[in-house]
Design a protein around this ligand. Structure first.
Ligand code: F58
Length: 842
């Protein structure tokens, strides 16, 4: 039993007053009113929806904190191995709805809020998204935290507490405009830990000295120090008391608020400037998706976060008084992409420079501790840092990297003598001008496992960018863990009615904790009532989205039209340009029909959403073209409801929760071999939508699960992409004839000044069509025609949807986390007795 600071006789008083779950809605209401009147110092006369949100959140938070504390105690005293998930991004979205559902007391809150005069939906809407991520990579980290807690794994997330998350996107005159996302005004979900701080060093010099035994010891001295302050966010598991911790670091001047000495000697300005410079480190999330730019501040962010996290992890380990060699038995650290790769170097530094271990012993510990997940093969997204920048910012780390590289290359030399080319290819230091540190190579050398995120992707990294490393380390070091999504948020929370309907068919067992149980609904595929309700739910979700579209764009759309959705970051490789060219083709085709012929056509709504990186000019052109096409098409009387084109501004997690359940078809149409996995493809199918996609990323495994008849695949295969690229002639590439007509329409000014869109056309026609837009255009258009026909057969369509959902069990992030736990982390869940919980699960 845990030692307690409260002596036995007084513990009774503590137990008597212990916080517990809401017994009923009365208890919930008491808490809400108390928080409104005391914590918020308001009253029923000025309690608006935002105050109701605040009070409701605080009431739930009180419950969460109790379980959170207990979980941390339980995990500490069991002394079991923990996994630490290091990610620069956690795209958490909203917390309140998730907390209510995972704790299992949303019904109580709904009834209680209604008594107090509020609709729960409106209260939930008040919350600002925690948007600490760009896209798939950040959302994957959030799904993983949900699964880790729900499966009772002892796990912590470590990230940065950005003051500004991903920017807010406004669409003004059809163009993207970026607005800062200051989200911390009121955030009840974080707990500042002003007592948990770490001093982080930058710059300075390295001196070497010899210790008593004649060993050389490195000392990193001087430079500047910044303070890392911990902010903790509770992560509740679903239907379990386990509540894990997400620790986010915020930067502060090491001297505290500002330097009093300087202040007193009249240097007020510079004392404040120091403070501001320190705070800049955690100020803003870099908004690039699949692009690295080598900015010094970004490297500073990475080291700041990694050093603080490792200090924390090592401090926790040292309390156990175990021998260092046991470190990998207690600690697994997963590197979410290469952004935290400095952790490899930092742990080696701690062990060798500060703890006095021998290099080899330390290195053994390091390699056994880390695992590395790769999320991209795109060359422009692979991280490299110049040696000069490293030398300046982290001089000791550069030395250690050189040593790691030396020992690594020596071992390669021994295994593959006389292959100088190989040494050059795999060197962690790229011998370019300037020299660069290749972070992915460092991550591979410093980890015991490297994984890709879908089968095709994991195969591709083994045969392309990391091929030499497979030869060197052998194939077992490289593995696949196909991504997954949490069904709690992406079905139960986003689509409560569908979740309820499915529940009626899964025999009382909770499919939300074992998603493979979904297969039971396939038995009801011909059940009339089931099908009817299924269709009603989809329509209701479309009506809800139609209202949102009207409110945000002013465009009225018909909910019985086919909703065709592409929402994700805007990127040439994801090919929103292919989609909008296809829409233009549809428009031109409709225009060429007689009014009678038109009447026979199937109405469609093309829905786009997603942010472009602020410096990504082509992506911004694509957004502009989509909006320009929308403006023309939506106001064309010949077309009416047959085609609407909308761009939804500021796509984020909470918008995704409205959009995903409302799609009939969603588009996952990346050039084959470029999208590592994709995860929204899984979300759409899980919500009873079908997908059109290329043979890329997880689309391939989705096809394997749902069956070829239930997915619309098109386009060239990854294995043919290279040759096709070579076959394109620069300057005058012959484009597909249908696509040529689309270009003609754009160039004749149908959608406004053609100059605005010239870049997109040139990329295809004159600059080699790197993304194979023209090569895939014909099969894309044909496949959309097939989709139209399939959708006309509503009964057939519903059968496809139900069958697909039934077969999606594989894509739960629970399956995915279990694979990591077994194959990479070697950790076990820490079982909890559900009755040993302060919360009533209801
Ligand atoms: C995404 N990567 C992949 N990167 O593109 C997607 O296929 C995959 O499903 C997902 O990861 C999860 O594995 C991604 O989102 C980023 O946003 C990085 C942010 C930091 C700069 C480099 C890109």
């Amino acid at each position: 039993a845990p030692p307690a600071s409260i002596p036995e006789p007084q513990r009774e008083a503590w137990l008597k007053h212990q916080v517990s779950g809401f017994k009923d809605k009365d208890a919930f209401e008491t808490d809400v009113v108390r928080h409104v009147e005391t914590t918020l110092a308001r009253s029923m006369f000025n309690c608006d929806e935002s105050a109701a949100y605040a009070a409701c959140s605080l009431a739930f938070r009180d419950r969460l904190v109790l379980e959170w504390n207990r979980t941390q105690q339980r995990q500490t005293f069991s002394d079991s191995k923990r996994v630490y998930y290091l990610s620069l991004e956690f795209l958490m979205g909203r917390a309140l709805d998730n907390a209510m559902l995972n704790i299992g007391q949303k019904d109580v809150a709904k009834a209680g809020l209604a008594d107090l005069g509020f609709r729960i939906e409106d209260v939930i809407e008040q919350e600002h998204d925690a948007a600490l991520g760009n896209g798939g990579l950040g959302r994957l980290a959030a799904c993983f935290l949900d699964s880790l807690a729900s499966l009772n794994y002892p796990a912590w997330g470590y990230g940065l507490r950005y003051r500004y998350g991903i920017f807010k996107q406004e669409i003004i005159d059809g163009y993207q405009v970026e607005v800062p996302d200051y989200w911390l005004d009121f955030n009840p979900w974080e707990f500042p830990r002003h007592d948990v701080t770490v001093d982080i060093q930058f710059y300075g010099n390295v001196h070497k000295s010899t210790d008593g035994s004649g060993k050389t010891v490195a000392h990193w001295e001087g430079g500047e120090t910044v303070k890392a302050v911990a902010y903790d966010v509770p992560v509740p598991g679903y239907a379990t008391p386990t509540t894990n911790n997400l620790r986010l670091w915020s930067s502060k001047a090491a001297s505290g608020e500002f330097d009093f000495q300087k202040f007193n000697s009249g240097e007020y300005e510079s004392s404040v400037a120091d403070q501001q410079r320190a705070e800049t480190i955690s100020a803003v999330l870099y908004p690039n998706d699949n692009l690295e730019r080598g900015k010094e501040l970004r490297l500073k962010q990475q080291y700041f976060w990694v050093a603080a996290s490792l200090y924390d992890i090592v401090r926790r380990f040292k309390k156990s008084k175990r021998a260092w060699k046991e470190f990998p038995d207690q600690v697994a650290i997963q590197l979410n992409d290469t952004h935290p790769t400095l952790a490899v170097v930092e742990l080696q530094r701690i062990l060798v420079d500060l703890e006095g271990l021998e290099w080899d012993e330390a290195w053994n510990i390091v390699v056994n501790t880390f695992g590395y997940t790769n999320h991209t093969v795109l060359p422009e997204a692979l991280e490299k840092w110049s040696v000069g920048l490293f030398q300046h910012l982290l001089p000791r780390h550069l030395q250690i990297i050189y040593d790691i590289n030396l020992f690594f290359l020596q071992s390669v030399e021994r295994a593959f003598p006389n292959d100088r080319d190989l040494l050059g290819r795999v060197s962690i230091i790229e011998e370019s001008q300037p020299k660069m540190v290749r972070m992915a190579f460092l991550a591979i050398v410093g980890s015991h496992k490297v994984n890709g995120v879908a089968e095709l992707h994991s195969d591709l990294i083994k045969t392309t960018i990391f091929k030499d490393f497979v030869n060197i380390f052998g194939p077992d070091k490289f593995t696949n863990v196909t991504n997954g999504i949490t069904p709690r948020r992406w079905l139960h929370q986003a689509n409560p009615r569908l979740s309820e309907l499915i529940k009626t068919k899964t025999g009382g067992e909770d499919f939300l904790t074992d998603l493979t149980l979904l297969n039971k609904i396939e038995l009801s595929v011909n059940d009339k009532d089931f099908r009817k309700e299924w269709a009603e739910i989809k329509l209701a979700n479309k009506v809800r989205l139609a209202k949102h579209i009207k409110a945000s764009t002013g465009v009225s759309v018909n909910p019985s039209a086919l909703f065709d959705v592409q929402v994700k970051r805007i990127h040439e490789y994801k090919r929103q340009q292919l989609n909008i060219f296809g829409v233009i083709h549809r428009y031109l085709t409709l225009k060429a029909l007689t009014p009678d012929e038109r009447k026979k056509q199937l109405p469609r709504v093309s829905i786009f959403g997603g942010k472009a990186a602020p410096g990504y000019w082509m992506a911004k052109q694509i957004i502009h073209l989509i909006n320009s096409v929308g403006f023309v098409v939506n106001n064309d009387k010949d077309i009416g409801d047959l085609l609407k084109v909308v761009f939804l501004e500021d796509y984020n997690v909470s918008k995704a929760e409205i959009i995903t359940p409302a799609s009939d078809i969603s588009e996952h149409i990346s050039t084959a071999g470029t999208e590592a996995s994709g995860t929204s493809n899984m979300k759409f199918v899980l919500n009873g939508g079908l997908i059109i996609g290329t043979c890329d990323g997880a689309n391939i495994e989705i096809t394997r699960e749902v069956g070829e008849n239930n997915i619309f695949l098109f386009g060239n295969l990854a294995e043919d992409v290279e040759d096709l690229r070579h076959s394109h002639t620069y300057g005058a590439h012959t484009v597909d004839p249908d696509l040529a007509k689309v270009f003609e329409a754009i160039e004749s000014g149908t959608f406004g000044d053609q100059q605005d869109f010239a870049g997109m056309i040139t990329a295809v026609r004159d600059h080699g069509d790197y993304y194979l837009v023209s090569d895939d255009f014909h099969s894309y258009i044909e496949t959309h025609a097939i989709i139209d026909e399939a959708y006309r057969d509503q009964e057939g369509w519903i059968t496809k949807c139900i069958t697909s959902v039934a077969r999606m069990g594989f894509f739960s992030s629970d399956r995915c986390i279990n694979e990591y736990a077994e194959g990479i982390w070697n950790i076990e869940p820490l079982p909890v007795d559900k009755s040993d919980s302060g919360l009533g699960k209801g």
